[in-house]
Design a protein. Structure first.
Length: 152
């Protein structure tokens, strides 16, 4: 019998079972840190930034609320992912932020896209792992909770 065909014993570990939790915690840490940084500014700012990227970041700051809203969303999502509560909701809340991270780096600052790709991969993987939670939300004909559909 070769190593690939050995049966699993009670002491063997299925490492794949830990993948969703590992991805969730990693993504939670990323958004906890970046969300906190939006308020506390403890991570170093980039020395130089392409002109378009600097203009975009400046516009977010000038609104007076958008940068705080994004940072607050990241912080809340990070906490939800880390404490393993409302994970499907957290993934939906952070999806527009992830799309904008990728768009920002694709069009304005492509040299630093690596962390954005990591977050995108984690988001896609976790949405896939929690896919059963999205079924009711994606129903083509949804009804309010107490509403009875008309009889036919």
């Amino acid at each position: 019998m070769n190593a690939d065909s050995e049966p699993q014993t009670a002491n063997s570990v299925n490492w794949y079972a830990y993948l969703p939790a590992t991805a969730r915690v990693l993504m939670g840490l990323v958004f906890l840190v970046t969300g906190l940084n939006g308020f506390l500014r403890f991570l170093p700012e980039p020395a130089t930034m392409p002109e378009g990227a600097a203009a975009f970041a400046g516009a977010l700051m000038k609104t007076g609320y958008m940068f705080s809203l994004i940072s607050g969303t990241q912080l809340v999502v990070g906490v939800l992912l880390l404490v393993n509560r409302f994970v499907p909701l957290a993934l939906v809340l952070i999806a527009p932020v992830v799309v904008n991270i990728i768009g920002f780096h694709l069009f304005l600052s492509p040299a630093e896209i690596g962390p954005g790709i990591l977050v995108l991969v984690l988001e896609i993987y976790l949405v896939w792992e929690y896919r059963r939670s999205y079924g009711p939300m994606l129903a083509p004909r949804a009804h309010p909770y107490h509403h009875r559909p008309p009889s036919r």
